[in-house]
Design a protein around this ligand. Structure first.
Ligand SMILES: [Zn+2]
Length: 333
């Protein structure tokens, strides 16, 4: 049976509308990932190849086939959304997360259990670790700050829980301290890296920011020998501030006051908002803080936040690697 021409047009229009409606109901992050893939800007999550074709629809998600490794994937594969149930709650979750609602509150509002709310938080945060990292240009401040090692949420037999924000029993930097390197230029590049246990070494700086320097980077730091060696290795202009004579600013422009202010802001945020976080998840919260900073001038923060997370096709793997990375950190010296 063939439809009369005019009806056929209407029918097709209706169908297109229906398809559009289905797309509209997709979570923001999924829709964005699909947009990237459909516009040939994505890559195969299995092998990284850039050539793939559409390969049918699978339970509401678009399927693709890689021309190189011949494996199938969808817009979820590799991203933090892989294997997720209750995808219809994703957008609402993002809204609550960007409002920094507690896990208990999210659990109550969305009707999901707390473990799910927790896992989603950290899957999302895993997808933010490598977003939009560019070279540092111009005057770039770098300095480490320390967090006390914490196993929040885990009871340790025979050891009194340390009070929030409490001090280490021992004096000076020691093995109770987790070093976080904060680096920022005077534009908008910011890096927050959980580096090591105890004192910082040159190799820690190398791992954190070694690949984000350019010939235009002018490094400002304290006079720690690790920074000196690092700057020499990279042949960049370096202005160490001599803290032993309380030198805070050199030539009116070289200082590390922006990073020191960032140190304080991060600590306040973590203490006030989360009552401290466990060392195992510290990098995750730093990813969150950095994204907040990146998006603070955006008019659609929740939407942008969701979009950012759709771009990382290694996010699911990174989430799985949290315990391994934690183990490596606490066994580092
Ligand atoms: Zn492939």
């Amino acid at each position: 049976m063939s439809l009369p021409k005019i009806d056929r047009k209407a029918f097709i229009k209706e169908l297109e509308q229906e398809i559009e409606d289905i797309d509209k109901s997709l979570p923001e992050s999924q829709e964005y990932r699909r947009y990237i893939l459909n516009n040939k800007q994505g890559e195969c999550p299995h092998c990284g190849h850039k050539k793939y074709v559409k390969y049918g629809i699978d339970k509401g998600s678009q399927r693709y086939k890689c021309k190189s490794c011949k494996r199938n994937f969808t817009e979820y594969t590799g991203t933090w959304m892989a294997g997720l149930h209750k995808k219809d709650k994703i957008d609402h979750y993002f809204k609550l997360m960007s409002e920094e609602k507690s896990l208990d509150k999210i659990k109550e509002i969305l009707g999901i259990n707390k473990k799910t709310a927790f896992d989603w938080r950290h899957k999302i945060l895993s997808s933010l670790s490598d977003i939009d990292k560019r070279d540092f240009t111009g005057i770039t401040e770098s300095d480490e700050t320390f967090f006390l090692q914490s196993e929040k949420g885990k009871r340790v037999e025979g050891r009194k829980p340390r009070k929030r924000g409490g001090a280490s029993q021992k004096k000076g930097v020691n093995q109770d301290h987790i070093a976080v390197i904060v680096t920022q230029d005077r534009k908008k590049e910011l890096d927050l890296t959980v580096a090591t246990k105890g004192r910082l070494k040159k190799i820690d700086l190398e791992k954190a920011i070694g690949n984000r320097l350019s010939q235009e980077t002018v490094l400002c730091s304290d006079s720690h020998v690790s920074y000196k060696g690092f700057a020499i290795d990279h042949n960049i202009e370096h202005h160490p501030l001599r803290s032993y004579i309380k030198q805070r600013v050199k030539n009116g422009i070289y200082h590390i006051q922006h990073v020191n202010s960032t140190h304080n802001k991060i600590k306040k945020w973590i203490d006030n908002r989360f009552w401290g976080v466990s060392t195992k998840y510290l990098q995750q919260y730093l990813n969150w803080y950095r994204t907040k900073e990146m998006l603070k001038d955006s008019r659609e923060i929740t939407k942008e936040f969701a979009k950012q997370t759709a771009q990382d096709i290694k996010a699911y793997q990174k989430f799985k690697e949290i315990p391994i990375n934690y183990h490596l950190l606490i066994s580092s010296q």
